[in-house]
Ligand binder design. Structure first.
Ligand SMILES: C[S@@+](CC[C@H](N)C(=O)[O-])C[C@H]1O[C@@H](n2cnc3c(N)ncnc32)[C@H](O)[C@@H]1O
Length: 228
């Protein structure tokens, strides 16, 4: 059975806290948009998996003026927040928000690119993570690009990086009690993979690592390509 590490039924709390929980959140969204802006044509199709309140979808749509995006999330609260973000940005014609997880989404086409921000570490490595990555690969056209950003098990440095991350979150205004919850999740509450393990799962899914895009404490962003 899939272990639920975090429920996403309070989009308001997520919006209030995410920039404290993850200092640099907006920059982490800007980087995938810049990469896709550099490699995709303007009329491209992009899938956003686990869009939450859809901030990355709006950032991507602005960076790719002629593109059409599908943004998925299984949480009804997040879908409602995402639709509000898209409406406020006047992007309803270009961003379709769908309530679905990746496995439950009916593919009508293959995408030029997919963006998966802060989702992977929610999914256990009991077969579900590998299947998620296979579904991601299936959603892309051969040669399509995926940007995957998730928290990683950083090995010997992990304790120090977690401590530094928690200090930054406190500095950003996160209450102490919430910072302790964050520490617990970073220390093993989330489903963190080592780099070596993620490489194995990516390779089985037919996704090649083309570049490391960023590394912020344990949060690692990679540019992937679906094998042709
Ligand atoms: C930490 S939030 C990240 C939201 C957004 N990407 C961001 O950067 O703010 C993780 C989101 O992934 C969604 N999620 C979890 N499992 C998923 C799956 N299998 N497919 C699609 N979305 C999923 C959750 O509902 C949640 O909204």
């Amino acid at each position: 059975m899939t272990a639920v590490v975090k429920r996403f039924d309070d989009a308001g709390q997520y919006e209030r806290e995410i920039r404290q929980l993850l200092p640099g959140y907006d920059v982490l969204h800007a980087m995938p948009a810049a990469v896709l802006g550099a490699v995709l044509g303007e009329d491209s199709r992009v899938l956003v998996v686990g869009c939450g309140p859809a901030h990355e979808a709006v950032t991507l749509a602005r960076a790719l003026p002629g593109s059409l995006l599908d943004a998925l999330d299984p949480s009804p609260a997040m879908v409602a927040a995402a639709r509000e973000t898209v409406r406020a940005a006047r992007m309803m014609e270009r961003i379709r928000v769908v309530q679905a997880d990746l496995g439950g989404f009916v593919l009508e086409e293959h995408y030029d690119a997919a963006v998966v921000m802060l989702v992977g570490h929610m999914i256990p490595d009991d077969g579900a993570r590998e299947e998620f990555l296979r579904q991601l690969a299936r959603a892309l056209r051969p040669g399509g690009v995926a940007i995957l950003a998730e928290l990683e098990d950083t090995g010997a440095a992990h304790g120090v990086l977690v401590e530094a991350h928690v200090r930054c979150a406190l500095e950003a205004g996160l209450p102490r009690e919430r910072a302790e919850t964050l520490r617990g999740r970073l220390m093993g509450g989330f489903h963190l993979l080592t780099r070596e393990r993620l490489d194995v799962l990516l390779s089985r899914a037919g996704l090649k690592v083309k570049a490391e895009l960023f590394r912020a404490f344990g949060m690692v962003g990679r540019v992937l390509e679906r094998e042709v």
